[in-house]
Design a protein around this ligand. Sequence first.
Ligand code: HEC
Ligand code: HEC
Ligand code: HEC
Ligand code: HEC
Ligand code: HEC
Ligand code: HEC
Ligand code: HEC
Ligand code: HEC
Length: 445
Amino acid sequence: MKKFHLIMLLFLLIGFFSSTAAKNDDAKVSDNCITCHKEKSPGIYKQWEISKHAENDVTCIDCHAAESGDKDGFDHEGALVATLVTPKDCGGCHSQEADEVNRSYHATAGKILESKDAYLAYVGGGTPAVIAGCESCHGSKMLIDENSPNKLSSKTWPNSGIGRINPDGSLGSCTACHTRHAFKKSQARQPEACSKCHLGPDHPQKEIYEESKHGNAYYTNKDEMNLKSESWVVGVDYFEAPTCATCHMSATPNQKLTHDVGDRISWTLRPPVSKYKDNHEQKRKNMEDVCAACHTKRFMEGHFVQFDALVRLYNEKFAKPATAIMKIVNDKKLKHNKANFANDIDWIYWELWHHEGRRARHGAAMMGPDYTWWHGIYDVIQNFYFEFIPAAKEFNDTDVNAAIDKLMNDDPMHQWFLTKTTAELKAAINNGEMAKIYAELFDKK
Ligand code: HEC
Ligand code: HEC
Ligand code: HEC
Ligand code: HEC
Ligand code: HEC
Ligand code: HEC
Ligand code: HEC
Ligand code: HEC
């Protein structure tokens, strides 16, 4: 054999042995994690053992490995490990999901610290309430413990908020919906995956879903809904009822699964006055495509005509006038106490849009009539005429009073209150005049 060939062979052999050695090291590290944690944390081990990850040889270290320089990486049993497994880490293998999560509105949920309700939580409540309350849903800015370098601070960990601000700069946490360590798709398809956060007096999506025909059909037929199937296309793999995931995320015969929960939303129903989102017509079409698996065009379009009209009713009759009156009060500095939320009227106006007005809008969006009316518009009416207007009148300010007088005397939607008798109003209902006042709210805009 020529000398050249001998050298080549030598290199090849060295290469072969060193790479198997490295592989053995990796395998040893990952075996160690499993062997020790099987004993130390049997629950975590068992959750992982039944997962698709275990089935595909994705082990502890594949998710928990840290890079040198990571703020939250620490030496642990011969490996550099981080407790947090962020969207960036999962994105190493699931890049499309990570990109969609990153552009979604969910990813912005940790940036609430400047918002009005954060102010209320800080001054009215206090930091512990912000951390254990707001940030457990929205996500904290994750801090490192000052006394125990590279370990997470107990002031912000545990936290699985939907817009968590991670030390590696990524936003959110996949575990918010994918409960660890099984990470089952079947779990995320169910309404419970969303309802830790989407419930309560200011955004009762869980309650609305449960009282709707859709929730009713889901809880009745859950076992037949093929939740564990690999593929889960509405109308193909299941047909009994839609879940939150069905309408907002999951695949249809024409659309792929999306991790951007805004892809099918055309209004934003959160602010005092609702607005259409950018590109809202396409987003409405995306949503209608979901309904089309189980309903006819005329049926579902009817739903959206009614929903849109309710949003406009709330906007035009209550939200815009109340907001305009509040603006005069604020601009002219009429309030007795200087700080926001230190006055009655701040709370009254806040509950009008943030609680009552949202409940009405959410109820109409997702087929919950009890929320649209009894927990929604009914409360809005009572608040508007019997709390908000009287509170505004108490300032005895000419501009505020002029705005109220104009509204109550000239606006046909409000004239009933001061200018008409019951008999006149009943006649207007019966002869169709009352309906005419509201007719244009049904026109598409
Ligand atoms: C010889 C046993 C042993 C081995 C090997 C081991 N761990 Fe641990 N690990 C522990 C113990 C004990 C704890 C602390 C448990 C507690 O506080 O309840 C821990 C804690 C952790 C934590 C949480 C740390 C924190 O403070 O938040 C993570 C994440 C972790 N281990 C991952 C791993 C990974 C990944 C591997 C493999 C590289 C591994 N462990 C190897 C025993 C081990
Ligand atoms: C698919 C990725 C993935 C795999 C595989 C994985 N983990 Fe985790 N683990 C996570 C996520 C996500 C969290 C939550 C951290 C966060 O919120 O960012 C977590 C949290 C933890 C914690 C701290 C939480 C607690 O409840 O105390 C420990 C300890 C841990 N994992 C150990 C392990 C061990 C041991 C294995 C292997 C048997 C393992 N993990 C495999 C993703 C993974
Ligand atoms: C090292 C690569 C790797 C990492 C890192 C990883 N995964 Fe996976 N994941 C896989 C593989 C492989 C599968 C199985 C094949 C598939 O379904 O794509 C899988 C499947 C899944 C599934 C589908 C499970 C089912 O029931 O079918 C979910 C959900 C999931 N991963 C979430 C996560 C999350 C969340 C993280 C981060 C906490 C993560 N993965 C990190 C490789 C990875
Ligand atoms: C850990 C809490 C949490 C979980 C779990 C959660 N969400 Fe959210 N969601 C939020 C928060 C907070 C916002 C508001 C985001 C903001 O303020 O930036 C939001 C906003 C939304 C929006 C409005 C998006 C837009 O573009 O206007 C939709 C739709 C939504 N979530 C659907 C879902 C669905 C469906 C699930 C379950 C599959 C879910 N969410 C799970 C907290 C959560
Ligand atoms: C139970 C979980 C949860 C808690 C606790 C919570 N939120 Fe939210 N928050 C949500 C969800 C879900 C939404 C989105 C609702 C929707 O889109 O209809 C939201 C919406 C918001 C919005 C509106 C964002 C926008 O862009 O319009 C702000 C601001 C906000 N929350 C701040 C806070 C603050 C501050 C606190 C604490 C005082 C808090 N939240 C407590 C779940 C929660
Ligand atoms: C708002 C809740 C929510 C969040 C947050 C979330 N997921 Fe999902 N994810 C789901 C739902 C719901 C499904 C199942 C949809 C279906 O099968 O119809 C799913 C499915 C998946 C799947 C299986 C995809 C397939 O084609 O079978 C993977 C992988 C996955 N998610 C990864 C991630 C990763 C990585 C993150 C974080 C970057 C993440 N998810 C964050 C709700 C969520
Ligand atoms: C039958 C389909 C359907 C189901 C099921 C459904 N939604 Fe919705 N959701 C909608 C529609 C339609 C809208 C309004 C879309 C628009 O703006 O045009 C909406 C709006 C929303 C919004 C935006 C609210 C805002 O303030 O802007 C959130 C958040 C939301 N849904 C969460 C959920 C959650 C959580 C569940 C399950 C508990 C759920 N949805 C179940 C169809 C559905
Ligand atoms: C997986 C099938 C499925 C999907 C997808 C679906 N629905 Fe339904 N829907 C049903 C079933 C089942 C009922 C109950 C029918 C009955 O009353 O017997 C129902 C009932 C309704 C009702 C009547 C509510 C009532 O109280 O009488 C409306 C309105 C409605 N759906 C609108 C929608 C809209 C809008 C969408 C899309 C955003 C949608 N649905 C998506 C299955 C579905």
